[in-house]
Design a protein around this ligand. Structure first.
Ligand code: EPZ
Length: 418
């Protein structure tokens, strides 16, 4: 089991580039299954979740080749319509393959995605939507068996909740369906726009991705394409959190500040100075962080992103006052609070609310990453802690951060992997 050793107390300085977005790469890789042909995907991050998706594509029959941060997928000879258990359990978000396999093969068999650290991960919205598109879905002893032998037919779908994954599955299932599909209450995350732009670059007809009503006109085929994945906005927020908590001066490049329009004001309220340009954000952390008064409520985009809750919580543990979070998206996404408390943080969790009372110092102690963003929060806290922090279960962090130790070392942190 690998660990990260971090010697805290050094102000981060310098420039770091943000890698491609995990949560855009994954649905785009699933979409590469559609319609055969070749997808050349640039800025595809080297993450364990992305590797898992590439293994699924290979298993299904695609030819997959990685050349640095470019991945080539040739999907003309897809032969399988089932994702085996071991591959399903490697990555929770494999559910995003359902719509693509169903559209391509007319049938899809996969096991229910296991629950994960964030609580149960229901897929009722995915199933209801695909059934409305004409799929017959049988659920038996942990398996989903989906059929659409007559193909899929466009229709009107209203999502009870603007689910990112369900919106993605509907896009993947409807671009080659017969007729028009309208999605009401669609997720508006930038990753949805990136997926739609990839599909449009292959000839799909999609209007208003990024708005709450998306229009898809089914087409007969999709062409090959070359596409570049958007930058990872949550990784950018994590680097900025490290700069804020250490009182550092950091330039984050290759990021789209518009994707962080509900996160940057929180850094400002905490006393950070920022300079924002179209593809970069400079952040200078204050000597003493200020608390963020109004509760920080996680919401569907364009609200505050749930994935940034943990890193920002870590930052505010050292503010000179009390901040508050309300986690509205996932049921139990505060597991990192207990680990931060072991480092000396004062955090009270009551259901969906977490009250963070700022403390003078955090202390380096052995802690354990509980999930991807919770693990990132421990790295942020360790950068400012007194002494050495040992973080175990680093595999959680590697799911969403390309070599986190290299990125923070390049900013002057004393961090190494053992
Ligand atoms: C995506 O997960 C992201 N993952 C998550 O990032 C992110 O936190 C989440 O969107 C919200 O932004 C990927 O893109 C791979 P949802 P997803 O469907 O699609 C409930 C990270 O750290 N729900 O919008 O699973 C669900 O339980 C990860 O990178 C249903 O009830 O998110 C949750 O409470 C973590 N029924 C809420 O909706 C459904 O059918 C949001 O889920 C689907 C979802």
């Amino acid at each position: 089991m690998q660990k990260l050793l971090i010697q805290g107390g050094r102000r981060l300085q310098g420039e770091v580039r943000v890698h491609g977005a995990k949560n855009s790469s994954l649905p785009i890789l699933a979409a590469a299954l559609l319609g055969g042909g070749e997808t050349v995907l640039h800025n595809c991050p080297a993450l364990s979740d992305v590797d898992a998706a590439l293994r699924i594509l290979t298993y299904l029959g695609c030819e997959v080749r990685r050349e640095g941060d470019t991945v080539r997928i040739e999907s003309s000879s897809v032969t399988q319509n089932e994702i085996p258990d071991d591959l399903m359990h490697e990555m929770r978000s494999s559910i995003v393959f359902l719509g693509a396999i169903l559209s391509r093969m007319g049938r899809a068999k996969l096991s229910f995605p296991g629950g994960c650290e964030l609580g149960p991960r229901p897929i009722d919205l995915h199933i209801q939507a695909l059934e409305r598109l004409g799929a017959q879905i049988a659920e038996e002893y942990g398996y989903l068996d989906c059929r659409a032998e007559q193909g899929l037919t466009g229709t009107k779908i209203t999502l009870a909740f603007p689910s990112v994954g369900a919106t993605e599955n509907i896009l993947l299932a409807s671009v080659l369906a017969k007729g028009e599909t309208v999605i009401h209450n669609a997720a508006q995350e930038p990753e949805i726009v990136d997926l739609a732009n990839y599909l449009i670059s292959r000839g799909a007809r999609i209007r208003d991705a990024g708005r709450s009503t998306i229009l898809i006109e089914g087409v007969d085929r999709l062409s090959s394409t070359e596409y570049t994945v958007m930058p990872d906005r949550i990784v950018a927020a994590t680097y900025l959190s490290g700069a804020a908590i250490t009182g550092g001066d950091v330039l984050v490049t290759g990021v789209n500040p518009n994707d962080l329009e509900s996160v940057l004001p929180v850094f400002e309220q905490a006393g950070c100075r920022m300079k924002v340009e179209p593809d970069r954000i400079f952040l200078s952390g204050p000597g003493m962080l200020r608390p963020v008064s109004g509760p920080i409520r996680t919401m569907p985009y364009p609200g505050f992103p749930t994935d940034a809750q943990a890193p920002l919580m870590a930052t505010l543990t050292l503010a000179d006052g009390t901040s508050m979070f309300v986690e509205n998206i996932f049921e139990s996404r505060y597991k990192h609070a207990a680990e931060l408390a072991r480092m000396g943080a004062d955090i009270k969790v009551e259901g969906r609310t977490a009250v963070v009372r700022g403390v003078e110092k955090l202390y380096g102690v052995p802690v354990e990453a509980t999930d991807l963003r919770g693990g990132a929060a421990l790295v942020v806290a360790a950068l400012a802690a007194v002494g050495e922090t040992r973080i175990s279960r680093v595999e959680h962090i590697d799911r969403g951060y390309e070599s986190v130790e290299t990125a923070f070392s390049s900013l002057g942190a004393k961090i190494r992997r053992v």
